[in-house]
Ligand binder design. Structure first.
Ligand code: ADP
Ligand code: MG
Ligand code: MG
Length: 213
């Protein structure tokens, strides 16, 4: 039921918090070359706040949409920075598609991720190739949608989407920045992947691990 869905989403957000904690130093290091160095600490603050809020809301028996909306606000309020605002957009948009009453299906999760991708692109105005999280979010959402439409179970589709996101995040190393603060760092960013694209792929992989449990 939807309470079960909310507690699984809270568990996924807690797993994300742990992954981000483990990788915060590396994310900060990448951002210090191509940006301003705060991506690790920002993601740490945001994911911790979201996980804490989600645990409290799940405890009260709320549905997935309510939980994700509250976690989204916590993440964007506490993280600061561009990626914090965008992670708030992702969580809130996904929740709106899942709703508070239905058990999430492969179709509603995929529709939610596609809507989140569209919302990030509409809010941030970055396109594929601008060296942002959009570069891993688009192949993630598109692969998920294709595999679900082809009849894959959610876990299989999610794992295929994660592989696409990781490959795309690695490839951002070859790109010159087109958006955000990294733009002013120009060629220094060449050879270094975009931190937001890398963290998004990490989060996808972590959530896949929770889906497999
Ligand atoms: P800030 O850039 O405010 O310091 P962070 O360091 O936390 O915030 O996040 C930087 C990441 O945000 C970038 O690596 C990139 O992936 C993402 N980003 C920046 N601007 C945009 C944008 N307009 N659209 C999508 N993603 C963006
Ligand atoms: Mg930064
Ligand atoms: Mg910053």
């Amino acid at each position: 039921d939807s309470k079960h869905a909310a507690s699984r989403i809270a568990a996924a957000l807690d797993a994300v918090r742990v992954t981000i904690d483990e990788n915060a130093e590396e994310l900060g290091r990448i951002d210090s070359i191509a940006g301003d160095g705060d991506h690790g600490i920002g993601m740490q603050r945001g994911s911790r706040a979201a996980a804490e809020e989600a645990a409290a809301v799940a405890e009260k028996g709320a549905g997935a949409a309510t939980l994700l909306s509250r976690a989204a606000d916590a993440w964007s309020d506490r993280a600061g920075g561009t990626s914090g605002a965008l992670w708030g957009v992702i969580l809130r948009t996904l929740g709106e598609k899942l709703g508070d009453t239905e058990q999430p299906s492969a179709e509603t999760v995929s529709a939610g991720i596609t809507a989140a991708k569209d919302a990030v692109m509409s809010y941030g105005k970055a396109k594929v190739g601008d060296k942002t999280m959009v570069d891993s979010l688009v192949p993630f959402a598109d692969t998920l949608a294709e595999r679900v439409a082809a009849g894959d179970a959610l876990l299989d589709a999610w794992n295929a989407a994660t592989t696409a996101a990781k490959g795309a995040a690695d490839k951002t190393a070859d790109l010159m920045p087109g958006m955000g603060r990294a733009r002013s760092h120009g060629e220094k960013a060449l050879g270094v992947p975009d931190p937001g694209a890398v963290s998004l792929a990490m989060i996808a992989e972590t959530v896949g691990g929770v889906l497999a449990d």
